[in-house]
Design a protein around this ligand. Structure first.
Ligand code: HEM
Length: 144
């Protein structure tokens, strides 16, 4: 795959994602705990892998996840994303765990917090960005 979001405009997606996250921020100080709780409930394999990690590390990882989700230009983050993907494979992370983290934990937590304020525009924006991100991660995944 070449050209991240080359044919789509990342702008409107990012505006919508930022808007949804600032709506979340008005309601919750920090979604980190809620995201991990949802993640581990829905992905026991990830819970097992992360059992030895502390709050600091989890918080840092969450920050980096949000950086990728909100990056204006994902292309400029590609090398870093690929580096993290390879490093994570060495930790024992499996590809499906990214989908669980990004879709089932982060997006669904945002959706749950916003309740009736979650909109079709948010749905499309999150879906567009996460599809791109997951495609990038899958492209970076080293062959067994
Ligand atoms: C785009 C998605 C992800 C990003 C950007 C990301 C980022 C990071 C970062 C920056 C750290 C280091 C934190 C620190 O040292 O302070 C980290 C650690 C870690 N991440 Fe992720 N992560 C992602 C997805 C995942 C997934 C899906 C798993 C699955 C369980 C995972 C498992 C881990 C583990 C186990 C560690 C600790 C490794 C160690 O013991 O040093 N990560 N992650």
């Amino acid at each position: 795959m070449d050209g991240i979001e080359s044919s789509a405009h990342p702008g409107p997606h990012i505006d919508m994602i930022e808007q949804s996250l600032s709506e979340v921020a008005e309601r919750e100080e920090d979604i980190t705990a809620q995201v991990y709780e949802s993640y581990f409930r829905r992905c026991p394999g990830s819970a097992e892998l992360m059992v030895g990690t502390d709050g600091l590390m989890r918080g840092h990882m969450m920050q980096e996840v949000l950086v990728f989700i909100m990056a204006e230009d994902l292309r400029s983050q590609r090398a870093y994303l690929r580096f993290e993907t390879k490093t994570h494979q060495d930790y024992g992370v499996q590809l499906h765990m990214y989908e669980n983290l990004l879709l089932l934990a982060v997006r669904d937590t945002v959706k749950e917090i916003l309740g009736a304020h979650w909109s079709e525009d948010y749905e499309l924006a999150w879906r567009g960005r996460l599809d791109t991100l997951l495609q990038e991660i899958s492209d970076a995944w080293p062959e067994d």
